[in-house]
Design a protein around this ligand. Structure first.
Ligand SMILES: Nc1ncnc2c1ncn2[C@@H]1O[C@H](COP(=O)(O)OP(=O)(O)OP(=O)(O)O)[C@@H](O)[C@H]1O
Length: 259
């Protein structure tokens, strides 16, 4: 379970001065559910997820992961979470098996239990054929599977996916979404951030639409469609922000992408 209350993150930016990247964000995600954080580049999604996984400290507000507070009990929070993003590192000189084993050991899992768990994970993620492939020889899709395997090796109840399909082709992207749906069936609490409306539409039970640091709307997809009388998430999004008159509206996002 993830409980975010009135979360604020302000940066002291040399160029922009004090910049509020996350502005009083509240959300609640349950086990067995995929919670979608949908928003364009620069909306503040990654900042929320980094605070959730204890990489960044909040300016104010509170975040609890399975009852543990991210500021007071960061080590316990890290045990609850598996984090997957597009640029999760895969070591060039380690095989798929060695990489996942290494992370399992970091979490202090006993050898026998680790072997058993890894066998299950490799089978479930259809990674058996790539056990001995070195990081330097892996395709992007293989690397992404290794990233998922290392994120779930300690069997965390909470999984965070930050734009996980970025740069993947349609086959690998689809397989990845299927894996995430399977993890939901296992009762995991999943946060899935994306700017791709179609993906969020397919996968997510609850959706928060985020823009310029704020959550503009939150609910199940059916609730959101009803509330705003719009047929899909894209229409709801533009209904909420208004049609941008020119790309000046989008300047902040461009900067973030290049940062
Ligand atoms: N260290 C920092 N200092 C100053 N501003 C920052 C810093 N990190 C992020 N920001 C700004 O905070 C805003 C939100 O960034 P964030 O990465 O959370 O957005 P996002 O929704 O994840 O988008 P993206 O998909 O581009 O990563 C952006 O305007 C970004 O430039």
């Amino acid at each position: 379970m993830i409980h975010v209350r009135e979360l604020v993150k302000a940066y002291d930016d040399l160029r922009r001065g004090k910049f509020v990247a996350v502005d009083h964000v509240s959300l609640f995600a349950m086990p067995g559910q995929i919670y979608g954080l949908l928003g364009p580049n620069g909306a503040g999604k990654t900042t929320v997820l980094r605070i959730l996984s204890t990489v960044l400290k909040p300016t104010s507000g509170s975040v609890q992961v399975n009852g543990y507070d991210v500021v007071m009990e960061p080590a316990m929070v890290r045990r609850q979470i598996g984090f997957v993003s597009t640029n999760t590192a895969v070591y060039e000189r380690m095989t798929a098996w060695e990489t996942v084993e290494y992370f399992g050991r970091l979490y202090g899992i006993e050898k026998d239990q680790l072997d058993e768990r890894m066998n299950t994970i490799f089978r479930r993620l259809r990674m058996d054929e790539m056990r001995d492939v070195l990081g330097s020889k892996m395709s992007t899709g293989m690397k992404q599977k290794v990233s998922i395997a290392r994120a779930i090796v300690h069997d965390p109840p909470v999984l965070v996916f930050d734009e996980p399909t970025l740069g993947l082709d349609v086959f690998v992207g689809r397989a990845l979404l299927q894996i995430i749906a399977e993890l939901r069936e296992q009762g995991k609490c999943i946060i899935f951030s994306s700017h791709i409306m179609r993906e969020v539409e397919k996968l997510c039970d609850q959706v928060a639409i985020m823009y310029k640091g704020k959550i503009l709307a939150e609910g199940s997809q059916a609730e959101l469609r009803d509330r705003y009388s719009q047929p899909d998430l894209e229409e709801i999004f533009f209904h909420l922000i208004g049609e941008p008159e020119d790309m000046a509206d989008y300047a902040g996002a461009e900067q973030s992408e290049n940062a």
